[in-house]
Write a protein that binds this ligand. Structure first.
Ligand code: GTP
Ligand code: MG
Length: 437
């Protein structure tokens, strides 16, 4: 997802962070590159123009230039603007408190309506414990009915279809069926149509009039970029769309549709499809989507943070203490606190491109929390004289911190091992516990 735009933006951010001091002209240069990257990612040109001008204003206004970490601050401004462009907050699907909720899925041919209808039913069952009826209102193609029926059977979802000529009759009957089956939601899969197909567009309008849906969701294929945006505009002129589902995001490297569609149509993306299997439907979250688009941008800010931390006086003092052997548990605790200040390690590790690391990241973050708890249950005397921490002191520390004696032992063992190791590596520079550098 977003590989291409991510790569481009990251190289811009990297270049910027290499420059020690940032000037207004550096920012203008970076913004020119961001503009180009967005256009290449097939973001609508009007959206790009507005975006660049507000980032520019904010970057200058928020004193990015005079901040300690200007490039980091710049990435932050870009991210905030991007979140706003994507819709700020997730837009939840409307489900009626009582009675049947009616959801109509519409869109061009082959965008993924039928697949999404089944995904949505599974999502509502899984996340909201709601039973749906899938309705095949595609009267033109018998294969389309079969496709939905099969998906319903495979995933144990109720299904409705009838032999009526008109899709409107099918949908009306499906509502009676849903009532009789005591289900809560009707999800109507309509026939895919071409924009210029006037009669089919009118049929959709008629269905919407008769059924009075709670949600009319426009399903669009993210891979088609600006075509997806344009067609959603055309559909929204005929129908009162309540939101958008963007499919095939897994295969979209550019992100142009995702970034432009809300600004151009005024409709928010409610879900994204990110794969062919039934569980590949996610609620669209503007903030996590912005993180995904910027990807390494966040890591760059993390690295900058880390660099500042490792270069700090405090860190240098600790390194000297480690080398001369005077490093004690108070220094150890300070170092842990500094690590914590860098933000959630877990969230940073999640962004790393290697899958296996994620789990380790999780453990490490939890470990930091319990290590802190143990250290804060020690007295100052104990921290400064770690060798005096005997069995009974260990028991008391364990009790005070709510951790086990085993964990207290582990922490002390790690601390002493680290000291021994440092003694052996006396002449090594840039040493830091946990190998995080
Ligand atoms: N990779 C990927 N493929 C998807 C996704 N959603 C749907 N597809 C695939 O897109 C193709 C078309 O999906 P359908 O659900 O049949 O599309 P449709 O809009 O109902 O098509 P018509 O009824 O012919 O208009 C299928 O091969 C799906 O597996 C997605 O999120 N990711
Ligand atoms: Mg279909």
């Amino acid at each position: 997802m977003f590989d291409q735009i991510q790569e481009r933006l990251n190289s811009i951010f990297r270049n910027l962070s290499k420059k020690g001091k940032i000037s207004e002209s550096n920012i203008s240069d970076a913004l020119r590159d961001v503009r180009r990257a967005m256009l290449e990612a097939d973001v609508n040109f009007k959206v790009v123009k507005k975006f660049i001008s507000s980032v520019h204003q904010k970057a200058i206004g928020q004193k990015v230039l005079s901040s300690i970490t200007p490039s980091q601050q710049f990435v932050k401004v870009v991210k905030e603007e991007l979140i706003e462009l994507l819709g700020t907050e997730p837009d939840k699907i409307k489900i009626k408190k009582s009675g049947i909720t009616k959801i109509l899925l519409v869109g061009l041919q082959g965008v993924g309506k039928t697949t999404t209808a089944a995904k949505l039913a599974c999502f509502l069952k899984r996340e909201r414990q709601l039973d749906s009826v899938l309705v095949a209102a595609d009267r033109k193609r018998p294969a389309a009915i079969k496709q939905l029926k099969l998906l319903a059977e495979q995933n144990k979802i109720s299904f409705f279809s009838s032999n009526d000529e008109s899709a409107i009759d099918v949908v009306q009957k499906s509502i009676d069926y849903t009532l009789s089956e005591s289900k809560k939601v009707v999800i109507v899969d309509t026939a895919g149509r071409l924009q210029e197909d006037k009669s089919l567009m009118l049929e959709l309008k008629e269905i919407a009039k008769v059924v009075d849906p709670d949600e009319i969701l426009f399903v669009a294929d993210a891979m088609t970029g600006q075509d997806a945006v344009n067609s959603s505009r055309v559909f929204s002129e005929v129908l009162d769309l309540t939101g958008i589902i963007l499919t095939k995001m897994d295969a979209d490297t550019r992100g142009g549709a995702a970034v432009s569609i809300k600004e151009i149509t005024g409709k928010k993306i409610k879900f994204i499809g990110n794969g062919e299997s039934i569980n590949n439907l996610e609620v669209f979250n503007p903030s996590s989507m912005a993180s995904r688009i910027l990807g390494m941008g966040d890591i760059i800010s993390f690295v900058e943070n880390a660099k500042n931390l490792f270069d700090s006086e405090e860190s240098k003092k600790n390194q000297n203490k480690l080398i001369d052997g005077s490093f004690n548990l108070t220094d150890f605790e300070n170092q842990l606190n500094q690590l914590n200040k860098m933000g959630s390690m877990d969230s940073v590790i999640k962004m790393l491109p290697f899958k296996g690391v994620k789990k380790i990241g999780n453990i490490e973050e939890k470990k930091l929390i319990w290590m802190n708890a143990i250290l804060s249950s020690m007295t100052l005397y104990e921290k400064q004289n770690p060798t005096t921490i005997n069995g009974s002191r260990r028991k008391r520390i364990a009790l005070g911190s709510g951790r086990s004696v085993f964990e207290v032992n582990q922490l002390l063992k790690q601390f002493f091992q680290m000291k021994t190791m440092m003694k052996k590596m006396k002449n090594n520079k840039g040493i830091f516990p946990f190998n995080l550098k």
